[in-house]
Each structure stands twice: as structure tokens, then as C-alpha cells.
Design a protein around this ligand. Structure first.
Ligand code: AMP
Ligand code: MN
Ligand code: MN
Ligand code: MN
Length: 275
């Protein structure tokens, strides 16, 4: 069975609609696909409908934004009941925060870099109610402030740059609670990407497991393949299942190969056992 358990659509900052994403997954031989948009489940119904014509099994998913010890961490929820009230309240909270943060980013870009109208600009690139930094990046590229998305992040959107806003997302505990209340499985997304020393990463994974987290992405298209053995040992140490996903956003982004990545090491307990 070919699984891809971490992907994005136009419901957040991906460039394909849920239907187009399902079609590409089918072309690439994916049999089980999780749609995991940032802090929203808005695209799931369309993905489920599209999957019926494409012989694909859809896992209802989400990628939640968390602030843990001053760091932004992403936690994927898989197999969630999208009608669950705790989950819906959590999503509402983060969507409201996203809007407030977008206003702050826009204000910063105006005051610090003299760039006007960034909020409206970013909104024009969002195809849903979710607004994120990628939409700001698209607006800035279109207006010639940088040559591509990667450059915009480097020049404007990360720490110490004019459009940077310190995030206060949800707590790790709340996010795991929302996911588990909705019957889902909480997974630490791309653990190798947080620039945490192994000691700190172990503290994160330990806290996550103690709060009811069940799995960790051992293989992710958005983290280097060299990290697989280390992440696999971490999964084993904390008795977590191993997940796998491309973190697909668009055909242009480098970590973009929907359904194409190395296999999970045989020593791992595959997350498929829980799905
Ligand atoms: P946000 O949740 O609004 O802060 O946006 C985070 C998203 O921005 C990630 O999921 C990626 O899609 C994108 N992103 C983050 N860092 C970079 C980067 N250095 N280059 C390109 N895209 C990035
Ligand atoms: Mn993204
Ligand atoms: Mn992420
Ligand atoms: Mn992602």
C-alpha cells in the first residue's frame, strides 16, 4: 500500500485544489492519501468526493500550528472526525489568530519596509478563509520584492526581518487534545526541521508522547533523507509509530514529490497499524 499522509491544497497554502491533488495522487500511484491543510479541514469534503472517482482512500487530516517553548512546531492529526466540536473550536481559535497575525505582518511590512496593502494582497492569493505566510510571499514575489517564495521568506518573513511577527499558536497540550477528542492520531510533523539539538528534540518528543501523541514523521519530503535513521531511533525510544508523507504544496516547491519518498525503515512500527 502506498501512503502519503501529509499534503496541502488550496484550502491552505497549497496550489492544487483538493480535486486536483487527489488526481495527481492517483497518477502517482498513491493508494491512501491524507489531506492535512494548515489549521483547517475545509478541503476534506471535496477530497473525499474526488477520491470516489479515483479509487483512493482519503484520511481526514489537519496540520496544526503549535507554539512550544517559544518554537513553532507542527502537529498532524490523522483520522479525525471533522464534525467534532472540540476540534472545530480549536480550528476557530487558530483561524482567528491567523487573521490577527496577518494584520500584524501587514502592518510590519508597511512600517518596517514601506510595503503597503500587503494584507489585501495576501488575501487575493488565498483561495480559502485560511491566510498564511505563503500568501504574503506570493504577493511580494508578484510585486517584485523577491525573485521567488524562498527568497521572500529569507528577506522578509523570518526572524529579524521586516515582516516577522512572533507567533503564539496553540499549546501542544491543546492541539493533542483536539485531535484525540476527534478520534484522531496526533503525529509530530517533520521533526528534523525545527533546528532543535537532539537533547531538546527528545524533550519535545517525550512531552508529546506523555500528552497522548502517537506517532512521528520518520520519512518526510520536507526533511532530509539523511535524518531517517535518527528519527526512526527516536520513534523507537518513545514507543511511537512512524508516519510518512511528502508535505506536498505545489509542483514548484522543492519538497514537492507527492507520493514519492524513501520507504519507512523495517524496524519502525508503521502508522498504517493505527489507521
Ligand atoms: P505559516 O503557517 O503561515 O507561518 O506558514 C508556514 C508555511 O510557510 C509552511 O508550511 C511552508 O508552506 C511555508 N514556508 C515556511 N518556511 C519557508 C521557506 N523558508 N521557504 C518557503 N516556504 C516556507
Ligand atoms: Mn505550508
Ligand atoms: Mn509543516
Ligand atoms: Mn505541511
Amino acid at each position: 500500500m502506498i501512503y502519503d499522509l501529509h499534503t496541502h491544497s488550496t484550502a491552505s497554502d497549497g496550489s492544487l485544489s483538493p480535486t486536483q491533488l487527489v488526481q495527481l495522487a492517483s497518477t502517482n500511484g498513491v493508494e491512501t492519501l491524507a489531506l492535512t491543510d494548515h489549521d483547517t479541514t475545509e478541503g476534506i469534503k471535496e477530497a473525499v468526493a474526488a477520491a470516489k472517482d479515483n479509487n483512493i482512500n482519503i484520511i481526514n487530516g489537519i496540520e496544526f500550528s503549535v507554539t512550544w517553548q517559544d518554537k513553532t512546531i507542527h502537529v498532524v492529526g490523522l483520522n479525525i472526525d471533522i464534525e467534532n466540536n472540540d476540534l472545530k473550536a480549536g480550528i476557530n481559535h487558530l483561524q482567528t489568530y491567523r487573521l490577527k497575525r496577518a494584520q500584524a505582518i501587514s502592518e510590519q511590512l508597511d512600517v518596517q519596509a514601506g510595503i503597503e496593502g500587503a494584507l489585501e494582497g495576501a488575501e487575493s492569493f488565498s483561495q480559502s478563509s485560511m491566510i498564511g505566510r505563503v500568501h504574503f510571499a506570493q504577493f511580494l514575489v508578484k510585486n517584485g520584492y523577491a525573485k521567488d517564495i524562498k527568497q521572500v521568506f529569507k528577506k522578509y518573513l523570518i526572524k529579524n526581518k521586516p515582516g516577522y511577527v512572533k507567533d503564539t499558536w496553540a499549546s501542544l497540550e491543546d492541539v493533542i487534545h483536539w485531535i484525540t477528542q476527534a478520534g484522531g492520531i496526533a503525529v509530530i510533523a517533520h521533526p528534523a526541521r525545527y533546528q532543535l539539538k537532539l537533547k531538546k528534540l527528545r524533550i519535545l518528543v517525550d512531552a508529546f508522547a506523555n500528552m497522548g501523541g502517537r506517532a512521528i514523521e520518520v520519512v518526510s519530503g520536507s526533511q532530509c533523507a539523511d535524518e531517517i535513521p535518527k528519527m526512526s531511533r527516536l520513534a523507537e525510544e518513545f514507543n511511537l509509530h512512524a508516519s510518512i508523507g511528502s508535505d506536498f504544496h505545489s509542483a514548484e516547491m522543492s519538497w514537492n514529490r507527492l507520493g514519492k519518498f524513501p520507504a519507512l525503515p523495517l524496524s519502525c512500527k508503521p502508522i498504517s497499524e493505527l489507521l
